[in-house]
Ligand binder design. Structure first.
Ligand SMILES: [Zn+2]
Length: 255
């Protein structure tokens, strides 16, 4: 629901954003999954920098290589380039493991093959929490969220449960991947309704550096884009609600 319609339907209620809660950090291993190289770098990476600085183990999985992301470049070349940019960007925030599942960029299908691939990687990595980005229809502003983000986000939530059940995708047992019962929550960056925050005041610079690693991709965007302006503006707005200088907003889904 947009702010306009909220006011329209409840005209006597003052607009009061709910208090944000600090996201739980009583875990040791996270698996961050996104559709494309660069998805995690529009905010989540600053929080990931904080977590790796605490000694937590974070690894990345990209569902595609982002090969359809640059209009003027052939997908084969773009894919190779963006894989390297994502690996570089992960390293900036203390993440050494980046896996690519090679689903086709732009036309990812929600379905059993994607759920199986995600369940497999969850069973391999054995995380306590999953981290991803918004998969709702919009970002809360009326701006349409991409089809790939919607498909991947929903599949991640389902795969967290698939990974837990030995009778779903029994072929994974044949591959040696026993069920993993450890994922209890999924942290979703930039959902329409933010409920939790991570204080990234000391880590926003790492987040900016991480996004800047997508150099060729950013240089080829149709509009000029400044990673520092974008990230600090967004993190300052969430920080104001959270009571710190810079914060990243999340939703938390129990699975
Ligand atoms: Zn994306």
């Amino acid at each position: 629901m947009s702010r306009y319609s909220l006011r329209y339907h409840t005209p006597t209620m003052p607009e009061q954003p709910p208090n944000l809660l600090p996201i739980p950090e009583d875990w040791s291993r996270a698996l961050a999954i996104a559709a494309h190289p660069d998805d995690l770098e529009y905010g989540a990476a600053s929080a990931i920098a904080r977590w790796t600085s605490q000694g937590k183990d974070v690894s990345y999985v990209m569902v595609t290589r982002g090969e359809a992301g640059i209009d003027s470049m052939h997908p084969d070349e773009t894919g190779r380039l963006r894989v390297q940019e994502e690996i570089n960007s992960a390293r900036v925030v203390g993440v050494d493991s980046v896996e690519f599942l090679d689903h086709p960029d732009g036309i990812i299908e929600y379905g059993l093959p994607l759920r199986r691939d995600l369940a497999r990687v969850i069973r391999k990595v054995k995380p306590d929490v999953l981290v991803t980005i918004n998969h709702e229809l919009t970002f809360g502003s009326g701006r349409l969220n991409m089809a790939d983000h919607r498909a991947v986000g929903l599949a991640i939530l389902d795969a967290a449960r698939d990974a837990d059940n030995r009778w779903i995708f029994p072929e994974l047992l044949d591959e040696g991947h026993e069920p993993w019962h450890g994922v209890k929550t999924v942290y979703i960056a930039a959902p329409p309704n933010i409920t939790h925050y991570v204080d990234v005041t000391e880590f926003i610079d790492k987040g900016v550096d991480s996004l800047k690693e997508h150099r060729v991709y950013i240089d080829n965007l149709s509009q000029s884009f400044d990673p520092e302006d974008f990230l600090t503006w967004g993190a300052a707005a969430i920080g104001e609600r959270a009571g710190c200088d810079y914060a990243v907003g999340f939703g938390v889904m129990e699975v």
